[in-house]
Design a protein around this ligand. Structure first.
Ligand code: SAH
Ligand code: SF4
Length: 375
């Protein structure tokens, strides 16, 4: 299959156009069609000459995601199930204005995006890993999740895009999505090259124009890749899916911990923190009887203080077929208070989208089960 045009950076496009003896301003025009106007087909690009369009069409594909299923209403958490060109299913979740979750004051819309089909890491509580790993997403498949949701938002009139100013060579468009969290299906750091390319495109002024500080990458703890990320020039935010503050707890629910122990993970986070001077976030799902006792708040607080990390507590979202349960609200509140008492900055997420299977991988799993049952 040819490479999709949205997997190319501006530099790569410029080199290609140069070899075709096309003027550089044509690259600017193409990029405006792709990222400012979110064109879904070549025919839309009316200011590009026919011979150039033919060359582009012959050498590159231009896929957009096909919506299979949508859950949730406008102005609440909405979940999108997409079909990729090879028929694989992935999810994105749109969360409306949710201030200060990752340290930003006023985000309008946060989109949670996937980076792989399935996941190889097999955390015991997670729906994404239940069917194993199928493949990595290409950069364009990661980027396209933002564009596809924005296309739907503008067609349903729920975004500001209907008020967009005309497009000029300097960006004047406001994005409906201005925050991205890489917390959908898959382990982003296990698809490192494609992730970085996609985030570079989403961040670039000629691309998505989304500030690096408004992009959060979540990892289950791939220590070597965290070190690598620390040396990248872009200042992405990093969230660590900790879920346990001891090896005993992490080994029980997260097989990745047997490969990269807590000690190795913490050392990598320390390195990241020093290199970047940025605050980390610990994600901590509260699972009844596993990691929710107040005694466990103590080692968690120690780690958070050591790494200057903020803790996001997330009551577990029940996954059909798995034995884990969400603790009582009172237990969650007590855990939060125990952290606060130890002077740790922590929030307890009163889960948005709990009612629509918002945790990653659940809509895909449900749809695949239904498809099997119907066959
Ligand atoms: N693989 C990466 C990113 C995707 S998972 C990671 O693990 O960080 C995104 C987040 O959703 C992780 O913190 C993950 O632990 C959490 N998660 C997975 N299943 C969940 C569930 N059923 N309820 C609540 N959070 C869940
Ligand atoms: Fe994969 Fe993250 Fe789910 Fe673990 S929590 S199985 S790493 S997607």
């Amino acid at each position: 299959m040819p490479t999709d045009i949205k997997s190319l950076t501006r530099d790569e496009l410029e080199a290609q156009f140069k070899s075709w003896k096309e003027p550089a301003y044509r690259v600017t025009q193409l990029l405006e069609w792709l990222y400012a106007r979110r064109a879904a087909n070549w025919d839309a690009m009316t200011n590009l000459p026919k011979p150039l369009l033919e060359k582009l069409q012959k050498n590159f594909s231009l896929h957009s995601l096909e919506l299979v299923r949508k859950q949730g209403a406008q102005d609440t958490t909405q979940k999108f199930l997409w079909k990729l060109a090879d028929g694989a299913l992935i999810e994105s979740v749109l969360i409306p204005a949710n201030p200060a979750l990752y340290g930003e004051a006023s985000d309008r819309h946060t989109l949670c995006i996937s980076t792989q089909v399935g996941c190889a890491y097999g955390c015991k509580f997670c729906a994404s890993g239940l069917d194993g790993w199928k493949r990595n997403l290409a950069p364009d498949e990661i980027v396209e999740q933002v564009l596809a949701v924005e296309r739907l938002m503008s067609s349903s009139g729920s975004s500001s895009s209907s008020k967009e100013k005309p497009i000029t060579s300097t960006r004047t468009t406001t994005r409906a999505i201005d925050n991205v969290v890489v917390m959908g299906m898959g382990e982003p750091l296990a698809n490192y090259e494609h992730l970085l390319k996609a985030l570079t495109i989403l961040n670039a002024p000629w691309g998505g124009g989304i500030g690096a500080r408004k992009i959060t990458i979540s990892t289950s703890g791939l220590a070597p890749q965290i070190r690598r990320l620390a040396t990248e020039p872009l200042q992405f935010r990093l969230a660590i899916s900790l879920h346990g503050a001891t090896d005993a707890v992490r080994n029980r629910i997260m097989p990745v911990n047997r490969k990269h122990s807590l000690k190795e993970l913490v050392a990598a986070c320390e390195y990241y923190q020093i290199q970047k001077g940025r605050m980390l976030t610990f994600e901590y799902i509260l699972i009844a009887g596993v990691n929710d006792s107040v005694e466990q708040a103590r080692p968690l607080a120690a780690l958070a203080k050591k790494l200057f990390a903020k803790v996001n507590l997330i009551p577990y979202n029940k996954v059909e077929g798995l034995p884990w349960e969400r603790p009582d609200e009172k237990v969650c509140e007590a855990f939060l208070r125990a952290l606060e008492k130890q002077k740790v900055t922590a929030t307890l997420r009163r889960e948005k989208g709990h009612d629509i299977d918002a945790a990653c991988g659940q809509l895909r799993l449900k749809t695949e089960k239904e498809l099997v049952a119907a066959a």
